[in-house]
Design a protein around this ligand. Structure first.
Ligand code: ZN
Length: 666
């Protein structure tokens, strides 16, 4: 599971002044095109790692970069050949750089790089080219392509009906044949896929593997359906071989036996393609909480598959931020206190609660499905029985959230939407820490709190389950953010600090998150619904006492919070109700909450938010370029250092990756 920037979007407007001063020389913003801003992130303290740790990081980053083409190919079968053609034409272009067709062509290529293919990374829609067909044909002929190949590429790029959507989630259609992703070969239907995997599944197995995770499903000419497994000697053997080669190097620098074993198991998985091996690896990985350097590498999240089985390839290499991790450890250790004092009916509390192991990390490389667009929080492994039996690791990528904050400093968001200077000052001073704390409380405690009454079906809330679950975790975090306990634990230094997060949360839930919704549409995404549910509910319940108020200044709408303590009590009341709904499996009440508060948008305020936001011209989506790591050897060929540089711009990095980490697939 991953937490994306959308959850933290409104935060991205603010950064503590001190941080900005320290970072004056660092250029966070690298590129801007279409709806995208490309940033750079710092890797603080890389220089302070030991040589062994640096070497470990280096080889893991190489193993990370070698998976790029696997992901491109998973996203759509045409992505790699088209990328090749586009990059050749781009490199070979010698016409007028100000030609509007060329500018549009460059923009398109930048979008394709960002989407790891021809579809938008978030909307999943195919990019629409703004250059002419004539220009496209001329460039592709110019690199020596035959007219028949040019015609094929032209149809892929320009025909709006061809591979229109990467992942289709629409109701009532064949999700496989209407999705452009390449986890399933041509001619295969959703019914066939489901029959294939249902036949494999043993419903009595208490420790099932993640069926289909590391393979592509194809139909042979004789109608037989079979899996092409990603492994050495199998599908994408060459790339996996390079990943393994670098993991072998990394293994030599492992920090301890547990980590060495983790890397060995991952190598075994890549050699055999065995999903049992992948589970062994995941367990070993989840239980290694002692190592400083850590990484994920493999077929992890399944958002790219409309049926949610196939894993998109990704990798993130990171090391622990010890200072910031102290915060999450303190919170996790106090888990029982929080549970015992929660405002829910004692029948719904857990007698024994265990805080999730959580740490704050510094990302050293982002790759595959986590690049350029990246999560800010990750909780793995995904396998339910492994999570239950062996726990999971929850991480926050703090150098990434810092980069978001820094890059958006002074983008005008706060001036436009926050009611007055004292509130803006409050946000400047305390939003970064309270927002991080909100995430910690949500992840380490919120989801794990409470219990179902005996016999209640965990899926009783059906389609509203994830919205209500996110609401529960958010409310738990909001309620405790204002608790003196946090000051007592030493994670906050001011009992008033929570007001920063409260203000941002309400502003976001009532107004600013609407900038992600198209005019006339409802709120659909679970996290957005949850935030709207909470904000609208406390607004309505607090109305008699004027707890939260809409204020109009110079024709613009603002939010004012008049009574923060009362607001906290309302969060507590709603937490108690949402916990009751979950504990009792009260579907009707849950549905009622969601339908009343979380879905419908007031068109007037929506229009206003869209207009005000548009004038700020802030890119809705952000992603990152990676730093460049270079090994340094002495005269005898011994590795003596690894240097880090923040030198590459966006096209440079993309072209280098295509050049250095690409090869024939078999
Ligand atoms: Zn959550």
């Amino acid at each position: 599971m991953k937490k994306t920037i959308f959850a933290a979007l409104a935060v991205a407007a603010i950064a503590p002044a001190t941080m900005a001063e320290n970072n004056e020389k660092f250029d966070y913003v690298v590129d801007r095109f279409a709806d995208i801003e490309v940033l750079r992130y710092k890797v603080p303290d890389f220089e302070n790692l030991t040589l062994n740790q640096k070497a470990l990081v280096y080889y893991l980053t190489e193993a990370a970069l070698w998976g790029r083409d696997i992901l491109w190919d998973q996203n759509c079968i045409f992505n790699l050949p088209l990328r090749n053609a586009l990059e050749m034409a781009y490199a070979g272009y010698n016409g007028d750089p100000n030609d509007p067709d060329y500018r549009a062509f460059e923009k398109y290529l930048k979008q394709v790089w960002f989407g790891n293919g021809i579809h938008h990374h978030y909307s999943m829609d195919k990019f629409v080219p703004e250059f002419s067909r004539e220009f496209f044909r001329k460039q592709l002929s110019g690199i020596g392509l035959q007219p028949s190949s040019v015609a094929i590429f032209e149809d892929i790029v320009f025909n709006p009906d061809r591979v229109a959507k990467r992942v289709n989630q629409a109701d009532g259609v064949d999700l496989i044949t209407t999705s452009a992703c390449n986890f399933y070969g041509g001619g295969i239907t959703q019914a066939e896929v489901e029959a294939f995997y249902n036949a494999k599944k043993d419903t009595t197995d208490l420790t099932p593997v993640s069926y289909g995770l590391n393979s592509r499903l194809v139909k042979d000419s004789d109608g037989q359906i079979r899996e092409q497994v990603y492994k050495m000697g199998g599908y994408y053997s060459n790339h996996i071989g390079k990943i393994v080669e670098n993991l072998e190097q990394a293994k030599k620098y492992a920090e301890n036996d547990a980590q060495r074993k983790t890397i060995e198991l991952l190598i075994e998985f890549y050699r055999t393609g065995s999903l049992e091996k992948f589970d062994e690896y995941s367990i070993e990985w989840a239980e290694d909480t002692a190592s400083k350097v850590d990484f994920i590498n493999g077929f992890i999240e399944s958002y790219g598959d409309p049926l949610g089985m196939k894993g998109s390839w990704e990798s993130i290499v990171n090391f622990k931020n010890d200072k910031a991790s102290h915060r999450t450890e303190v919170i996790s250790n106090a888990a029982q206190w929080f549970e015992d004092h929660s405002p829910v009916d004692p029948r719904f509390r857990k007698d024994k609660v265990k805080g999730v192991s959580a740490k704050v990390i510094t990302a050293a490389i982002l790759a595959g499905d986590s690049y350029p667009s990246t999560p800010i929080g990750i909780n793995l492994p995904n396998s339910n029985w492994i999570r239950a039996a062996h726990g999971s690791k929850s991480v926050t990528l703090e150098n990434i959230t810092e980069a978001y904050d820094e890059a958006s400093h002074g983008n005008g968001f706060n001036e436009e939407f926050v009611i007055d200077q004292p509130t803006r000052d409050l946000l400047d001073q305390y939003l970064f820490i309270t927002d991080n704390l909100h995430t910690d409380l949500h992840e380490c405690l919120g989801h794990g709190s409470g219990r179902l009454l005996p016999g209640v079906d965990p899926d009783a809330l059906k389609a509203h389950g994830s919205t209500l679950e996110e609401a529960r975790a958010d409310l738990f975090a909001l309620y405790y953010l204002a608790d003196p306990k946090l000051v007592e634990l030493g994670v906050l230094d001011n009992p008033e600090a929570y007001k920063a997060e409260y203000y941002k949360y309400i502003l976001n839930g009532l107004m600013t998150q609407l900038m992600r919704i198209e005019p006339g549409k409802d709120v659909e995404e679970a996290h957005m619904r949850n935030r709207k549910l909470i904000a609208e509910w406390v607004y309505e319940k607090g109305k008699p006492e004027n707890v939260i108020e809409y204020v109009t200044i110079d024709g613009k709408t603002f939010i004012r919070i008049n009574d923060y303590q009362r607001l906290r009590a309302l969060f507590g009341e709603l937490l108690a109700e949402v916990q009751r709904i979950k504990s009792e499996g009260d579907y009707e009440a849950g549905r009622n909450l969601v339908e009343t508060y979380a879905v419908k948008v007031d068109p007037k305020i929506h229009r206003e938010v869209l207009d005000r936001y548009a004038r700020l011209s802030i890119a809705p989506y952000k992603g990152f370029v990676n730093p460049v790591y270079t090994p340094v050897y002495d005269n005898d060929g011994n590795l003596v250092d690894v240097t880090i540089a923040y030198t590459e711009d966006y096209p440079m990095q993309m072209l280098r990756y295509s050049r250095d980490y690409s090869m024939p697939i078999r």
